[in-house]
Design a protein around this ligand. Structure first.
Ligand code: PEP
Ligand code: MN
Length: 363
């Protein structure tokens, strides 16, 4: 996807003013709940948008599925009220849309910031239909990663939304649904959103620690990890009384806990300046030297692979020699264990080197 498809409204997504904060309840449950959480959240500096689920996709039937239109009416009332965000701007809500009808209703009630949920991103037909409903609108569209770790599916959703002329886009990383979720509600698989950022460096990348973690105690470590990885923002579920929440009760924070987390994250960021650099510089120099040496050694290793290929051709031997490869792997893994290196990491690295060696020998 061309970077040009994504130009971001500075007023909302200024990447220099990190992290962009979005918070609010998993679901809008009553006018009072929405009013209370909005009042408390507007006191938090840096908060850009308030989230609130209006239609809730439930994995299994029987749960609370959201209030629909009445929730939009309460959002509209608050957006038009005297209440202001900490920076003086009007209150602004965002919610999940899962169909063109949802988009039309939101627009009718003056809601113009949306996200596509993980289940919708996984459905190209629905993304296309939602895109058509968005054509010609000046809206912000955030796209959550699909349930499965499929970068192309995620990219495809951006392409479908961008092709109807929506310029204000952002990505939300909410983790991936795996059989083994590594102790999370949804496995983070950080390398995947980081890959997305390499492909689309101008696209704001927002972390949703609530749906990755699934429990309150994981929100802070996950948010800190996102800040460390230079994410552009966070979307966190906040409820005035989390224990009574109708959806996602175990993962929602109180407004006070969220405010305290924001403060700690801001302190963490201001501790980053140049004083760290004088300590880092000599260490980074050594890392640079080691990387250069590793590359020189790899180049030498590839020259040896070419010589081996020559000998194998003369001896009429096949390129791939499974017994030798197994012996090499066993030997290296033993050394890795003595050196306290992670076995999976070393295995992966050697497999990469070996396939490059095979490629060189086949050339
Ligand atoms: C949500 O944000 O409340 C939600 C249902 O998200 P997801 O699509 O990530 O499951
Ligand atoms: Mn939720």
């Amino acid at each position: 996807m061309s970077k040009k498809l994504c130009t971001f409204a500075k007023s909302f997504m200024d990447k220099n003013d990190k992290p962009i904060l979005i918070a609010g309840p998993c679901s809008v449950e009553s006018r009072e709940q929405l009013q209370q959480v909005t009042r408390e959240l507007t006191a938090i500096p840096q908060l850009r948008l308030i989230r609130g689920g209006v239609w809730k996709p439930r994995t299994r039937p029987g749960g609370f599925e959201g209030l629909g239109e009445p929730a939009l009416q309460w959002m509209k009332e608050l957006q038009e009220s005297d209440l202001r965000m900490a920076d003086g701007s009007h209150v602004r809500f965002c919610c999940e849309v899962a169909s063109p009808e949802h988009v039309a209703l939101c627009l009718h009630y003056g809601i113009n910031a949306f996200w596509l949920g993980a289940r919708t991103t996984a459905n190209p037909f629905m993304v296309e239909e939602i895109g058509e409903a968005l054509r010609g609108t000046d809206t912000l569209v955030m796209v959550k990663n699909p349930l499965s770790p499929d970068l192309r599916l995620w990219l495809g959703a951006f392409e479908r939304i961008a092709q109807v002329g929506i310029k204000n886009l952002a990505a939300i990383h909410r983790g991936f649904s795996m059989y083994n979720n590594q102790g999370y509600r949804n496995a983070p698989l950080w390398e995947l959103p980081l890959h997305l950022r390499r492909v689309m460096p101008d696209l704001p990348l927002i972390c949703d620690p609530s749906h990755i973690g699934g429990t309150r105690k994981l929100i802070e470590p996950l948010s800190t990890a996102a800040v460390q990885l230079e994410y552009d923002g966070l979307m966190v579920e906040v409820h005035p009384h989390p224990a009574d929440a109708l959806t996602d009760a175990p993962q929602q924070l109180t407004p006070a806990d969220f405010a305290a987390l924001v403060k700690r994250l801001a302190d963490f960021q201001t501790q980053q300046p140049s004083s760290a650099d004088s300590h880092l510089l000599p260490l980074r120099q050594q890392i640079d030297d080691i990387d250069h040496e590793l590359l020189r050694l790899l180049a030498q290793r590839m020259v040896l692979s070419q010589q081996i290929a020559h000998v194998k051709r003369e001896q009429k031997m096949t390129v791939y020699q499974s017994k030798r490869w197994e012996a090499v792997m066993d030997d290296r893994l033993q050394l890795a264990s003595q050196l306290n290196l992670d076995a999976d990491f070393v295995r992966g690295l050697l497999e990469k080197i070996h396939s490059e060696s095979i490629r060189v020998q086949m050339d």
